[in-house]
Design a protein around this ligand. Structure first.
Ligand code: SF4
Length: 348
């Protein structure tokens, strides 16, 4: 090869992928980043929605990483293709509904396709042997390389010295001695390297990169699949699982209750798709009804809405029930449901 080698780095927005790209850039390789948007990504959603989280930075961490590195970032929407990974993972799930090994294989495969289409030479990930129990083990590292089709064009600069030499090392595009041999769950080596490179203010080192690792989120997704009788979802479904308090009084419907002003405003965007309830006599949440509630279910939902309003201790609360078609709302006067009458198993 006469030209400068070119590598595409998977950039999640976390510290490891940032460091991995930088380590390779140090060796004179041209690096560009790729970030895959699955719909389950944590950043930019609940933090951006909730009023109480308003002080937290709302930056896109993948873009922030690219800016720190001074590289181009390609953000690729894989929402539809990714569904099969979540619904039918060949290697199963982790402790929640996180199909980490299949996810890694899928993303490296997509990066490999991109690499071939764009005339790049190899792929970089921030994986570290022993860092994660499911996808970053010594025995799963070769599985990701093999099943993604990337083979020995997949380089993990942070732990490369614990793994067989890759093509870029054998070809002399990368000096193996200037790669690293990190191993295990400790974050200290990464933090020390970040300091050495002058990276500060990076995303929480131990933070999960997607909602599928979250127990409560996974419970809600499993509930959605169970009650619909099929394992499928669309983007609205998975966005709404990130927001509000979810109560399921019956298999045919559930309530999504805004917990604060920011969430209520977010749910406003869904009023055209769902029956929705808002207290009119008292301040209270916007509530969406997902499913096919009957008249008695709507009455029950109205009482629950009243329970979560400022009128919870009042004898009567008026709520407006809006149909998604936009016809005039129905006003209902209801008695707020006492909290002790709400079965705990309604909370999803
Ligand atoms: S945490 Fe989410 S995005 Fe990260 S590897 Fe696992 S499934 Fe994929």
């Amino acid at each position: 090869m006469t030209n400068q080698p070119k590598a595409v780095a998977l950039i999640s927005g976390g510290l490891d992928s940032l460091l991995a790209a930088r380590v390779v850039m140090e060796q004179g390789v041209h690096v560009e980043g790729i970030n895959f948007y699955t719909g389950f990504c944590v950043e930019g959603h609940t933090h951006a929605i909730r009023k109480k989280d308003r002080q937290r930075p709302k930056r896109n961490n993948a873009l922030w990483s690219a800016e720190q590195l001074g590289i181009k970032l390609h953000i690729v929407d894989i929402i539809d293709e990714y569904k099969d990974v979540v619904i039918n993972p060949k290697h199963g799930y982790g402790s929640n509904l996180n199909p980490c090994l299949d996810c890694k294989i899928f993303m490296v495969n997509k990066a490999h396709e991109w690499m071939a289409e764009n005339g790049f030479d190899f792929i970089i990930t921030g994986e570290v042997v022993g860092q994660r129990p499911m996808s970053q083990r010594k025995d799963t590292m070769p599985v990701v390389a093999r099943d993604s089709g990337a083979g020995d064009r997949l380089v993990r600069p942070l732990c490369a010295r614990n793994l067989p030499a890759t093509l870029p090392e054998r070809e002399g595009w990368l000096d193996r001695d200037r790669l690293y041999g990190f191993n295990g769950r400790s974050r200290k080596p990464q933090m020390a390297l970040a300091k050495q490179f002058g990276f500060e203010d990076y995303a929480q080192p131990a933070g999960g990169c997607c909602f599928l690792t979250d127990k409560q989120y996974s419970v809600k997704l499993a509930d959605l699949w169970r009650t619909r009788g099929r394992r499928e979802y669309d983007l609205d479904d998975i966005m709404l699982l990130k927001v509000g308090r979810h109560l399921r009084p019956g298999a045919n419907f559930k309530l999504i209750v805004g917990r604060e002003e920011g969430e209520n405003r977010f749910l406003e965007g869904y009023r055209k798709r769902f029956i929705n309830i808002i207290p009119t006599s008292h301040t209270g949440p916007l509530v969406l009804l997902d499913g096919e509630p009957g008249a008695a279910d709507i009455e029950l939902a109205a009482r629950l809405t009243a329970r979560f309003s400022q009128g919870r201790d009042a004898g009567c609360v008026t709520v407006a029930v809006n149909q998604p078609g936009g016809i005039a709302p129905t006003l209902l006067d209801v008695v707020p449901m006492p909290s002790e009458e709400i079965p705990m198993d309604w909370y999803v």
